[in-house]
Design a protein around this ligand. Structure first.
Ligand code: DC
Length: 210
């Protein structure tokens, strides 16, 4: 079974993906990390994020085990990832790795922006996770504060709106719900309630509870 979760920044899709993967004992890929790692690699090499050729090389040079999540989760990295993710050659360079992960015989859970539309259009279960920008900014601010980052709520909300705009309006694989995705709005749900709703969707789509 492939479970595809897409949605905007801080919608809760990452946490849900991890919990679903644990529940069904499936491998999980947070595809945002691929774009974050590509951006990190460019920044470490002193390159501009909009240098398309270098960005493609950086994406092709990634290996899944290279990821130091701690360094990829900061506030500036989300924004940087969104910039490189708008480059079609970067998306093309990361395509095979994601598809290979998704088509493992045991199945997989992937979360991102284009999983249900581009990477795994064949996924049995597609969930488009949303929440209001204010709720998402709140969650992100709490997460960043826990990491020890100085947090300005207004700046975080501004980041979220900017990223929504860029991720939804780029020409290549924009953030959009697949026609057969089930919408899950987590604005008023805590993680346990969101997980229960997601499990109900899996049960309905794939006939699976555990
Ligand atoms: O999910 P995230 O916040 O870690 O993603 C960071 C950025 O990477 C996001 O703003 C857009 C990009 N991204 C993408 O374009 N496609 C994906 N499948 C995953 C992330």
């Amino acid at each position: 079974m492939i479970i595809a979760l897409d949605g905007p920044a801080a919608s809760g899709k990452g946490t849900l993906a991890r919990r679903l993967a644990a529940h069904f004992d499936l491998p999980h890929l947070d595809t945002g990390l691929l774009y974050r790692a590509t951006a990190r690699s460019l920044m470490d090499a002193g390159e501009r994020l909009d240098n398309e050729r270098r960005a493609e090389e950086a994406a092709r040079g990634l290996a899944l085990m290279d990821f130091d999540e701690e360094h990829l989760r900061g506030r500036e990295m989300g924004e940087a990832a969104s910039v490189v993710a708008a480059i079609p050659a970067v998306r093309a360079a990361l395509f095979d790795m994601q598809q290979a992960f998704a088509t493992r015989p045991e199945g997989a859970v992937l979360d991102g922006r284009d999983i249900g539309t581009v990477i795994c259009p064949q996924a049995q279960v597609k969930i488009f996770v949303t929440a209001s920008p204010e709720t998402r900014a709140n969650r992100r601010a709490i997460e960043l504060a826990k990491r020890g980052e100085k947090v300005d709520y207004a700046a975080v909300l501004d980041d979220i709106r900017k990223r929504d705009e860029r991720d939804s309006h780029r020409s290549s694989a924009p953030l959009v719900a697949a026609a057969d995705a089930v919408l899950l709005d987590t604005t008023h749900l805590d993680i346990e309630a969101a997980l229960k709703a997601a499990l109900d969707i899996v049960a309905e789509k794939a006939g699976l509870r555990a």
